[in-house]
Structure formats: structure tokens, C-alpha cells
Design a protein around this ligand. Structure first.
Ligand code: ARG
Length: 503
């Protein structure tokens, strides 16, 4: 007999059961479902909807469910449909219907599933936040070593202007810090209490929704019952934050792939983060980066999956909403694995700074600098300077030369009426001097990059503090609930009543 079986006169077919159950997905939320139930039962007792004597067997059996689950002795049964029915059935079988049957007063699976999911997602967001924060720290550590390591900066994957490896690494840190912020915003959206909305309309029983908000450590109570049980935008927003992060992962993954080619040779992967070939003995393949790049599509798919589930759903709970969890769970798994492996890959990778220096000098990356010099020193219009330098570059290319041939460069400039002494020309065309000169706000000069690196480090520290505060808030709420449940279980009902009155 199903807990909802009163109006039915037949069992479900095995197919119907199999089609509708959500045990595998729900299995991640068992402890969350129990915590939500403890908080709800305590609230019912505080509001005298159930008595403190009723509370005792409920709390005792919920605690047994938790212990059994943690020791592998409480396995969810598919025929009981979902985690909620499994926990409630466990309770009713243990405590008897007389007591266990009271837990679901003023509660629906519609608000219950949202509590479970929000509690679980909260944790997952914090884990993802921590993993991303470690990746950002890796970039900042690379930056610290390389404020004066020059390399080509690229546009269109063509040499553009000299930059430093620190400038490149801090760009990734800066970008990923925004992803970290997006996780925090998603967390705020997730960390609100839906419990007490019931099926869709609230309840005529005298509940106090603030009590469960406090016991579950939510930042606030979500109000509109019908909106709450219908909405899943907190899931699409989280999926977007993860998708954007994966898009950004794919960019560093791509650079790892081609920087480690024979042709680029700017980076060598540690042997622990590269794979070999079954036939070609010489191969060392960047499979970790390629798989990161390859898994991005899964997470975009997860986002689109969820958006599509929501499209056209009428207001109210619809069973389609059960499909919200598989894409989000999968997206968390993928994103966390990628963040973790990228950190390992990057902190063990070897950067070839000689090769970077060689490349940056070889291919006219200081042409813009030469044009800027002419603007500043000769007071020519930039377009004029662009044309002169363009002509010099074109003719050097024709004769298979580059700026390293100072004599040839000098004489081509003279043809345009520009006479520069070799010493000045050397300095203008030197990538390191070019970097030192780029002192505009946010530019490549070591002073600017050191400043930005320090700011990013500070930012990271404050986000780490915010994450720890969030973890402590959860822990504190858990302890508050435990304090009450421990008093109830040890039958110190007066003490329990006093703690409940203080809520
Ligand atoms: N497994 C369901 C879900 O994830 C739980 C809520 C069921 N609600 C209902 N009215 N049948 O959405």
C-alpha cells in the first residue's frame, strides 16, 4: 500500500513504478531529507500542532534512519517512489503510524523536495566554489613567478603585442573570479527556505515558517507559496553559472593543448597529467585538457535540458519538475572534476620561458610600439605611423627578415624620413622595454600586473572568507537542530521544550 494509496483500488504496474521513481537521483539527498524532516517536526511541536511526546518517537526514528543510512543499512526502495516516501515509510514502520503518520502534517512533497534539493545544492555550490578558488590561486602563483617573463600576446592566434606570462595568468584569474562571483549569486538564490509552502497554497494549520528557516540555516524564508513550488530558476541560474565556468575552462584547456604542441612548445605537461599512445611510443597527449574541452558540451546540454523542462509549464507543481535534478547533479560532477584536474595540470606544468622569449622577438610583436614611438617623438598622426611601420614590416617580410635585423629596419625607416639612432631603435623594438612602457591602467607593465595580481589575491581571500562563513552558518544550524534532537532522543523533554521555546 502506497502512503498515498487511499483512493486507489489497484497496484501500479511495474512499468509505472519504474517510470516514475527517482531513487537514484534522490539518493544524494537522504541526509538532507532527514534534516528537513527534523526541522519540520520541531516546528510542528513548537506550534503545538503535534505534542512534544509525539516528537520523541519521530525524532528517534529519523535519527535511526540517518544512522542506518550512514552505515549502509537503509537502502532506498524504488517501489517507494522517492526519498521522501522512503524516509517517511521508515519512520512509520519504526515509530508506528500513530506517531510517524504525523510528520507529514502541513507539508507536501512539493515543498519537501525543494528543501532537500536546496540543502544539497548549497553544499555542492560551496564545493565548486572551493575547487574554482584553488584553480584561481594556481594562476596567481604562476603570475608571481613571471612578472617579467615575456611572451607573445595573441589576437586571431597571431602574434599581436608582447605581454608577460604573469599578464596572461592574471587574465585567467580575473576571468575566473567572475565565475566565482556567479556561484555566490547562485548560492544566494538557492539559500532560501521553501518549506511551509505545502502543496501550493500554504496551510490552514498554525505553522511558523521562520522556525524551519532558522533550523535549516537558510538566509531567509521564500514567501509566495504558489511561486515557490512552481519555480526552478534557481536551478537554471546555477546551471548557467556552471556552463559559463565550463566555457572558460575550455579556453584554458585549448591553450594547454596547443601550447604543448611541438610547434608552439611553450609548455610541457607533467607526466602525471598526460597520456600515451597504444601504437606510437613517442606520444605524450594532452588528454586531460582535451577531455575538459570535450565535456563542456555536456554542461551546456544540462542547461538547455533544464530550460526546456521549464518551457510552457503551467503554474503549480508539475511532475516534469522531477527532471530538474539529473542535469544539475551531472553538471556539478563534471564541473568539479574539470576544476580539480585543471588545477593539478597547471600547477605541475612546465612553462618554457626561453621559447616564449624567442617567439616574441621573432615576429614583429613590437610594431605597434614603433608606431607609438613615432606618435610620441615625431608628433605624426597615428594613421601615418601605422602606414610607415606597415610598409617597413612588409618589406622586411619580403626579404625574409624581421626587426632583429636592426640595420635593415633602420634603413627602411630612413627611406620614410625617419632617422633613429640604433640605440633608440633597439630599445623601442625590445619586447621587455615595450612591456615596461605599457603603464596604462590594466596594461602589461610589471607594476600594473603586480598591482592587479595583489588585488586578485585579496579578492580571492575575501571570497574564501565568505565561503567559510557560509559553511559555518550551515554547521551552526545543524548544531542547533542536533541540540534539540539530542535532548528529545534522550527524553529530556523539559530541556527540549525550553530549547524549542527559544527558537
Ligand atoms: N520526486 C518528486 C520531484 O522530484 C518529488 C515531488 C513529488 N510531488 C508530487 N506532487 N508528486 O519533484
Amino acid at each position: 500500500m502506497k502512503l498515498w494509496g487511499g483512493r486507489f483500488s489497484k497496484d501500479l504496474t511495474t512499468d509505472t513504478e519504474g517510470f516514475t521513481e527517482s531513487i537514484e537521483v534522490d539518493s544524494r539527498m537522504v541526509l538532507h531529507d532527514i534534516w528537513g524532516s527534523e526541522a519540520h517536526a520541531i516546528m510542528l511541536a513548537k506550534q503545538q500542532i503535534i505534542s512534544i511526546e509525539d516528537l520523541e518517537p519521530i525524532i528517534t526514528w529519523l535519527n535511526r534512519a540517518k544512522e542506518d543510512f550512514l552505515t549502509g543499512n537503509f537502502q532506498l526502495k524504488p517501489e517507494l517512489e522517492d526519498v521522501h516516501m522512503n524516509v517517511e515509510t521508515y519512520l512509520i514502520e519504526g515509530a508506528g503510524r500513530e506517531y510517524g503518520g504525523k510528520l507529514h502534517t502541513a507539508r507536501s512533497r512539493n515543498d519537501q523536495v525543494l528543501v532537500d534539493a536546496r540543502l544539497y545544492i548549497r553544499e555542492q555550490l560551496l564545493t565548486t566554489h572551493e575547487l574554482l578558488s584553488q584553480l584561481i590561486m594556481t594562476f596567481l602563483n604562476i603570475a608571481r613567478e613571471h612578472f617579467r617573463t615575456v611572451m607573445p600576446g595573441y589576437t586571431h592566434t597571431q602574434h599581436a603585442q608582447p605581454i608577460t606570462l604573469a599578464f596572461w595568468a592574471t587574465a585567467y584569474a580575473s576571468m575566473f573570479l567572475r565565475d566565482l562571483e556567479r556561484l555566490e549569486r547562485a548560492y544566494e538564490r538557492v539559500n532560501v527556505n521553501p518549506l511551509g509552502s505545502c502543496a501550493l497554497a500554504g496551510t490552514s494549520l498554525p505553522t511558523d515558517r521562520q522556525v524551519t528557516t532558522k533550523l535549516l540555516g537558510f538566509a531567509s524564508t521564500q514567501e509566495h507559496a504558489l511561486d515557490i513550488i512552481s519555480a526552478r530558476d534557481f536551478i537554471t541560474e546555477t546551471l548557467f553559472a556552471l556552463s559559463q565556468m565550463m566555457a572558460n575552462f575550455s579556453r584554458i584547456a585549448e591553450e594547454i593543448v596547443y601550447w604543448s604542441t611541438y610547434e608552439f612548445h611553450m609548455l610541457t605537461l607533467d607526466d602525471a597529467y598526460a597520456l600515451g599512445s597504444s601504437i606510437m611510443p613517442q606520444k605524450k597527449n594532452p588528454c586531460v585538457a582535451e577531455l575538459t574541452r570535450g565535456r563542456v558540451g555536456h554542461v551546456y546540454g544540462n542547461l538547455l535540458d533544464m530550460l526546456t523542462t521549464l518551457k510552457g509549464l503551467p503554474m503549480g507543481y508539475n511532475r516534469d519538475l522531477q527532471e530538474d535534478k539529473p542535469p544539475l547533479w551531472a553538471a556539478f560532477d563534471t564541473t568539479q572534476a574539470c576544476a580539480n584536474i585543471l588545477t593539478g595540470t597547471l600547477c605541475t606544468a612546465h612553462f618554457h620561458t626561453d621559447r616564449m622569449a624567442e617567439l616574441v622577438s621573432a615576429n614583429f610583436s613590437t610594431a605597434t610600439e614603433l608606431a607609438n614611438y613615432l606618435v610620441q617623438e615625431r608628433h605624426l598622426a597615428f594613421r601615418e605611423c601605422h602606414e610607415i611601420v606597415g610598409d617597413v614590416v612588409g618589406r622586411l617580410v619580403q626579404s625574409d627578415k624581421d626587426f632583429r635585423d636592426l640595420e635593415a629596419t633602420h634603413s627602411l625607416l630612413s627611406e620614410h624620413g625617419i632617422d633613429m639612432d640604433i640605440e633608440t631603435l633597439t630599445d623601442v623594438l625590445d619586447p621587455i622595454s615595450a612591456i615596461e612602457r605599457n603603464q596604462s591602467l590594466g596594461g602589461t607593465s610589471p607594476a600594473e600586473v603586480e598591482r592587479m595580481e595583489a588585488i586578485s589575491r585579496e579578492c580571492l581571500q575575501t571570497t574564501d572568507i565568505r565561503r567559510k562563513t557560509a559553511q559555518e552558518d550551515i554547521e551552526r544550524a545543524r548544531q542547533l537542530t542536533d541540540q534539540i534532537t539530542n535532548a528529545v532522543r534522550s527524553k529530556q523533554l523539559d530541556q527540549a521544550q525550553q530549547l524549542i521555546d527559544e527558537l
